[in-house]
Design a protein around this ligand. Structure first.
Ligand SMILES: Nc1ncnc2c1ncn2[C@@H]1O[C@H](COP(=O)(O)OP(=O)(O)OP(=O)(O)O)[C@@H](O)[C@H]1O
Ligand SMILES: NC(=O)c1ccc[n+]([C@@H]2O[C@H](COP(=O)(O)O)[C@@H](O)[C@H]2O)c1
Length: 600
């Protein structure tokens, strides 16, 4: 398959699908790939035809603080988010109440910016620096504090999530569609009616936030999350993914988090340079006899030269077949204390930044952080490959520059069969990326929350962590100005198809996820992503903020099957990293039927 090397509007021409006049980034694909505005990464203005184009339930009423007075009668459709394009007469009202049985359509609910007109929903954002800026008037309602979090009010009477599943086995859930429907959650198990802000204020959920300082040490702001966030600066350890590493190494100052050259093993810290003999011997000793290698201390993870290359997360690697000696390791403790809910220092939440890049190689591009939300029970090579596939697509598109990728494992409160307790899944994800990736990290925040967090809220959390609120976050440009990181959700086709399942996602959330953030969708067997994109109104509406990734080498490793293999005593080798396999084995995960595996 060949690709057009330029984006529409970027100096070249992507193939145009005759029926729609839309550009396709792949010659053989329908039109959604990489169709973002190259200058900004945001969708170009979308002019649906007149007021009727509100037919899809986009909030258009007046609302304050997440509430809305609905204008006009409700549209009777429990599947409004998946109706065919152009379906229905526009009336500018939301239908979300109808998605939620028992909810009065006139009841208050979160809604979009009342002052917005239709074109505001996702107007052009020609200023790359304003990406994802909730305050940008050209963006779709995007005040996270007033909308993202208030979607939890969708069904105030909804009972708290029961984590005990009645599901028989994983097998019956292997189809995401049936899984979601059978588990019967609405809007992804919405949490109790508490906004993110309230949660932060809440005594019960206060977690101390630590910010990794320029010196690589955790700096306790000495306050609550809220205080810390308000004072937050995100000067962290420079992330050093792969090819960008060289440039950032111009500064010779030894960094506390970087592997330092030693007399014993003077491997270079510059991964872009040709490996010298020493490097090769380090790498080969890792690969050939990991257990015997002095560089690997079993139970401690990689340890170069007696801890100079320290694995602060204390991982188990057993010599990852694809261990990457360039991989930066976190310091200052891992997520363990936080995931155990410990008080004080030990339980402090650290937003991982050790692989986050702070400067851009090409400032004409949009700095991008990719976030994958999911169960990861367990994480497999497919989950790792998803990021690499996305990276290839991004590099090819020439629009974005990847600054980091994050896994955000869902908490134990997500009602899904097969979930190992959250702390195990976080740890497995950490193990999966610790030594195999130079740009992926795991954020334990979502997993460690005391209630389920919707994906829109999770993306909002990333936005805040990365871009801050006071202009101190973001990427530093050469002229000293700062540019916001654009955050995009990475998901498989099956997850995207669930957008159309009634009651699973709220429309306002979808607008936030697709409009304010954006989506990278990896095709998956059994999911016709293209057809779905065409048929789903909200997806179609935000199509220029959606990038579909073709799996050129098809990979369908399934966590469900991995769990079954474990239970049946079958081999799972080469389906997931050795370190994760060892962790599963050591912690006796997935031995029992899933109903019993769910415990916090
Ligand atoms: N084979 C696949 N192809 C494309 N995307 C995938 C594939 N497997 C998982 N994903 C995506 O990875 C993300 C995380 O997946 P998650 O762990 O929640 O589900 P899963 O891999 O389907 O696991 P399970 O088998 O437990 O349902 C989701 O966005 C999902 O769509
Ligand atoms: N309304 C929502 O925000 C919503 C609904 C369904 C799934 N999700 C998320 O999708 C991810 C993957 O879900 P599955 O494991 O069901 O494929 C999870 O992170 C989950 O939180 C979110």
């Amino acid at each position: 398959m060949s690709r057009n090397s330029k984006m529409p509007g970027g100096g070249g021409f992507a193939p145009v699908l005759p029926a729609t006049g839309l550009h396709s980034y792949h010659n053989d694909s329908p039109p959604f790939s990489g169709a973002t505005n190259p200058a900004s990464g945001e969708p170009e203005p979308l002019h649906l035809n007149g007021p009727d184009s509100h037919a899809h339930g986009y909030g258009h009423g007046h609302g304050h603080g997440g509430n809305v007075n609905q204008a006009g009668p409700s549209r009777s459709s429990s599947s409004s988010s998946s109706t065919g394009a152009g379906n229905g007469a526009g009336n500018g009202r939301t239908t979300q109440g109808l998605l939620n049985p028992g909810m009065d359509s006139n009841s208050t609910q979160n809604q979009f910016n009342p002052s917005q007109n239709q074109n505001d929903l996702h107007g052009p954002d020609s200023d790359p620096q304003s990406h994802g800026d909730p305050s940008s008037s050209s963006n779709l309602n995007l005040n996270p504090s007033s909308h993202v979090n208030s979607a939890s009010n969708l069904n105030p009477s909804r009972p708290k999530i029961d984590r005990v599943l009645t599901s028989p086995t994983d097998v019956s859930y292997s189809s995401s569609r049936s899984r979601r429907l059978v588990s019967g959650y609405m809007f992804g198990n919405p949490p109790e009616e508490k906004s993110l802000k309230n949660r932060r204020d809440s005594e019960s959920t206060v977690r101390r936030l630590s910010v990794v300082g320029d010196d690589g040490l955790n700096k306790d702001k000495g306050g609550t999350d809220k205080e810390s966030m308000e004072n937050r600066t995100i000067h962290g350890q420079e992330g050093v993914p792969e090819d960008q590493y060289e440039e950032e190494q111009a500064d010779d100052t030894p960094h506390p988090l970087r592997p330092r050259p030693s007399s014993a093993h003077s491997f270079t810290t510059n991964p872009t340079s040709q490996p010298d003999e020493e490097n090769l011997s380090v790498a080969s000793s890792l690969r050939n006899s990991p257990r015997d290698s002095p560089l690997v201390s079993p139970g401690r993870g990689l340890s170069f030269d007696n801890g100079r290359y320290e694995d602060a997360l204390n991982g188990v690697t057993d010599g990852e077949a694809d261990a990457d000696v360039r991989a930066m390791q976190a310091t200052g403790g891992g997520s363990e204390g936080f995931m155990q809910g410990l008080e004080g220092e030990e339980g402090r939440y650290n937003f991982p930044t050790h692989r986050l890049r702070r400067r851009m190689k090409d400032e004409d591009k949009v700095p991008l952080v990719i976030v994958a939300c999911g169960s990861f029970s367990p994480p497999t090579y497919l989950h790792l490959r998803m990021f690499e596939m996305a990276k290839d697509e991004i590099v090819e598109s020439q629009t974005f520059e990847i600054m980091a990728g994050y896994y955000s494992p869902v908490s134990s409160y997500y009602k899904k069969s097969g979930l190992a307790p959250a702390h195990h899944r976080v740890r497995m994800c950490e193990l999966a990326v610790e030594h195999t990736s130079t740009w992926l990290m795991v954020d334990p925040w979502e997993a460690g929350q005391p209630e389920y967090q919707r994906t829109a809220v999770v993306l909002d959390h990333f936005d805040e962590m990365l871009n801050g609120k006071d202009g101190e976050g973001g990427v530093e440009m050469r002229d000293g100005t700062r540019r916001k990181y654009k955050v995009m959700l990475l998901a498989g086709g099956d997850l995207i198809e669930s957008f159309g399942e009634p009651g699973v996602w709220s429309e306002p959330d979808l607008h936030i996820i697709l409009g304010r953030f954006g989506c990278l969708i990896v095709e998956r067997a059994g999911s016709d992503v293209w057809a779905f994109l065409l048929s789903h109104d909200i997806l179609y509406h935000h199509r220029r903020n959606v990038i579909v990734i073709k799996q050129l080498i098809y990979n369908d490793i399934s966590s469900t099957k991995v769990r079954l293999f474990v239970r049946r005593g079958m081999s799972i080798k080469y389906l997931l990293p050795n370190s994760v396999i060892q962790y599963i084995s050591k912690n006796l995960l997935y031995r029992e039927p899933d109903t019993k595996a769910i415990q916090s």
